[in-house]
Design a protein around this ligand. Structure first.
Ligand code: HMG
Ligand code: MG
Length: 301
């Protein structure tokens, strides 16, 4: 990758759909994932092997992965919280997983019913197994910019959890603004603390929720700091049921438009992406709330 290349990591089928009240048929999810791949996305987080009681919207993970068309060069990571999730993921033939914890204790407890330390212990054998099998691995640090229960989160806490996840041997760390409260100064503060601790910026992905409209400003700041991987959700859906007030993820179409204007390469065709976004809107039965989903790309008349 050169410095003008950006990876867009699509979380729509997972983060986007996990919080939707409308039950979504597995076939509609599969079609969504197919349209995303048609648009050029090469990393599409497909679903989660979590407790179906915790996230009923993704209870079809086993069926979905069994029916998913694997395409050359496309990675379909899935969320795995524990050994049970690992067994299900392995049975489904996955080769890319993401474990997830947070920088604040109350959110971690609400989300996965573990302390942060317990979550690291739970992930150790999971990541070891994945590495032994040559799988790609990612770790999420949620609430890196603010917690719905605790409030402000110290960057030292983010650095601490990040270091423990990286010690497990994960390939990439995704730093989450779970409830969409960060602004550019926060991005400088947190990314600055992570890199000052010795974590290479090439190991980082940023996961912005756009709850308060700051996600693109945060992306622009992270780009200046050298970050080259961003999580986003086509159609702008998303949120975690255990993070009250978390609205949509940064929309992939808004991110792609910005990257295009900045002359950065990402391999995604905006028009084709808008077809995938329209499919989400149709499936959910409501119009798109995203800027570029409504306005389209810019064509000079
Ligand atoms: P628990 O209740 O403490 O777990 O939940 P347990 O081990 O006591 O098991 C309870 C029951 O769940 C048992 O079933 C287990 O078999 C079952 P029972 O015997 O009662 O019938 N179970 C499972 N079933 C299927 N797959 C599994 C599994 N594990 C246990 N893997 C647990 C702990 C972690 C399982 C639960 O809290 C959970 O699944 N949480 C997931 C929450 C989640 O997915 N949240 C959203 C993702 S995080 C996010 O969105 C943030 C992110 O986007 C980044 C950001 O924005 O910052 C990533
Ligand atoms: Mg999220």
């Amino acid at each position: 990758m050169n410095d003008r290349d950006v990876r867009v990591y699509e979380v729509g089928p997972r983060d986007g759909l996990q919080n939707e009240a409308t039950p979504i048929p597995t076939q509609a999810k599969l079609r969504f994932i197919g349209l995303l791949a048609d648009a050029g996305l090469r990393e599409i987080e497909a679903t989660s092997f979590v407790s179906p009681r915790a996230i009923p919207q993704l209870a079809d993970a086993d069926d979905l992965m069994a029916s998913l068309e694997r395409r050359e060069g496309v990675r379909h990571p899935v969320l795995v919280p524990n050994r049970r999730g690992l067994e299900r993921a392995e049975a489904a033939g996955v080769d890319a997983i993401a474990v997830f914890t947070a920088a604040s204790e109350p959110f971690t407890r609400a989300n996965i019913n573990m302390s942060i330390a317990e979550s690291i212990d739970a992930f150790r054998p999971v990541i070891q197994h994945a590495r032994d099998h040559g799988w790609w691995t990612r770790g999420y640090v949620s609430t890196a910019f603010g917690c719905p229960y605790q409030g402000e989160v110290d960057e030292a806490a983010v650095v601490g959890v990040a270091g423990e996840l990286l010690e497990l041997g994960i390939d990439e760390l995704s730093v989450g603004d779970t409830i969409g409260v960060a602004g550019p100064s926060d991005v400088r503060r947190v990314v600055g603390a992570l890199t000052a601790s010795g974590i290479g910026v090439e190991r980082l992905a940023m996961h912005f929720h756009d709850t308060r409209g700051t996600a693109l400003a945060n992306v622009a700041t992270a780009l200046e700091l050298g970050v080259r991987c961003f999580d986003a959700s086509t159609g702008g859906t998303g949120g975690c049921p255990y993070a009250p007030g978390a609205a949509g993820n940064l929309a992939t179409e808004d991110l792609v438009y910005l990257l295009d204007r900045e002359g950065l390469s990402h391999g995604i065709d905006l028009d084709a992406l808008l077809v995938a976004a329209a499919h989400v809107a149709e499936t959910l039965g409501r119009p798109l709330g995203t800027k570029v989903g409504q306005a389209g790309g810019w064509r000079v008349p």
